[in-house]
Design a protein around this ligand. Structure first.
Ligand code: AMP
Ligand code: MG
Length: 406
């Protein structure tokens, strides 16, 4: 059996970023850039006003106060989207709106709140200092700057930047097409009453959601009963995808057909069994460009295998530069033990305490069928094999799953 780290290295070693495609800007959210993005222009492209107010020459305001305001002659009004060629001369002011270009000659903008307009003149009761309230051309981005890099994730700020530099279309990495299959003769979908011995398929829904959360659009191919031919038919269809995710049927039970079917369909097995609990019988292989993950059937094992192995593989496939989820050290708030001879991936509530450190507590019963342990968790901790007993205050590796709920 290989360790979690070895298994992850092996899996990631098989993964290549999908080739670039060109998409309209609004379809790129959540994708990885497949190109470096440069700006052709200064942004903002021209000096402009940061305030509604008056564009003036700083020298005309020296010493202006409420008691002795500077009185300047009003020349014109410049609105956002407008332009002015007319220079502001000594003793003059141009009324200007936020975002409007600063006219030649002016070097300062005075906000409207410290002024009073009367009979073609403006009285200014404050000297904000030369250069005040002017946004300089290129202060955000200079022409020629590389604003984004290949492998960067496109989020709201990045989409805004792409729009700012004028990109209506963007080269991004492709998104993997994913097939999901649940195996098990005991499984029925929700919406169907349970007969004796049956349970509801939850795995295809957790896998579906995990993929959808990543912006992917997986196909749930259905439930394959534990029979060779039905399993084969469905897995064969799943091998047309970039990634096939199956749950169940990878153990040593008499009706576990997934590995046998994979073999018969020419899937090269690269991994079976990882020294972790839950999730030990994970099987990973490939056929051509298709990557095949067979998670065990236990609902927690499915989600843990996804977080530890499948997510980083998908993220790398999507072309992101960072695809390994960072681990942080966390303090145990209660004793834990691991007598399994495998790393115990425990579901926890993690919280950043006032001491600046992350603290963790178990979510309760940790059986691999107890899906509520995932519902209650915002993190996973990794209890090493050689830890028959760990005491409160000792540190473990923590993988945060849901930062925003802490
Ligand atoms: P297996 O890995 O096929 O031996 O399944 C292990 C356990 O997970 C069994 O108790 C199954 O009933 C359960 N299980 C398998 N597939 C699913 C599924 N899709 N949804 C919920 N539980 C499942
Ligand atoms: Mg099964």
């Amino acid at each position: 059996m290989i360790s979690i780290e070895e298994a992850l290295d092996l899996i990631l070693g098989q993964v290549r970023a999908l080739p670039p495609i060109r998409l309209p800007l609004t379809e790129t959210l959540g994708r990885a850039l497949a190109e470096d993005v440069f700006s052709q222009d200064d942004i903002p492209p021209f000096d402009n006003s940061a305030m509604d107010g008056f564009a003036v020459r700083a020298e005309d305001l020296r010493g202006a106060t409420a008691a002795a305001p500077a009185a300047l002659r009003l020349t014109e009004t410049i609105q956002a989207g407008g332009n002015s060629e007319r220079p502001v001369q000594s003793g003059e002011a141009a009324k200007i709106m936020t975002g409007a270009p600063v006219p030649p000659g002016a070097d300062t903008v005075v906000k409207v709140e410290v002024t009073e307009e009367r009979e073609g003149r403006v009285f200014i009761s404050e000297d904000p200092g030369e250069g005040a309230n002017i946004r300089q051309a290129g202060e955000d981005i200079e022409s020629g700057d590389r604003v984004l890099e290949r492998g960067d994730p496109i989020g709201p700020a990045e989409m805004g930047l792409l729009a700012s530099v004028g990109r209506a279309e963007v080269e991004v990495h492709g998104a993997p097409r994913i097939a999901i299959i649940a195996t098990g003769s005991e499984l029925v979908p929700p919406g169907t009453p349970l007969a004796a011995g049956q349970i509801r398929d939850s795995n295809s829904y957790t896998l579906f959601s995990l993929c959808r959360e990543m912006g992917l659009e997986p196909d749930r191919l259905g439930i394959a009963p534990d029979e060779y031919s039905a399993t084969r038919q469905m897995i064969e269809a799943g091998l047309d995808y970039d990634v096939l995710l199956t749950s169940g049927g990878v153990s040593v039970g008499e009706f576990d057909f997934v590995k046998e079917v994979q073999d018969d369909l020419g899937v090269e097995r690269l991994l079976w069994k990882v020294a972790m609990k839950p999730g030990k019988p994970l099987v990973f292989g490939r056929r051509g460009d298709a990557l095949v993950f067979g998670t065990p059937g236990n609902p927690v094992a499915v989600m843990v295998a996804f977080e530890v192995f499948i997510r980083p593989a998908l993220v790398k496939m999507m072309g992101f530069a960072r695809y390994r989820r960072p681990l942080r050290r966390a303090v145990l708030d209660e004793p834990v033990r691991n007598r399994h001879g495998r790393v115990h991936v425990m579901r926890v509530r993690a919280r950043e305490e006032t001491d600046g450190r992350w603290h963790v507590r178990s979510t309760g019963p940790q059986g691999s069928g107890i899906l509520r342990s995932m519902h209650l968790a915002n993190g996973l901790i990794f209890i090493p094999t050689d830890s028959p007993q760990m005491e409160p205050g000792e540190e473990v590796d923590l993988m945060l799953l849901r930062e925003n709920l802490v």
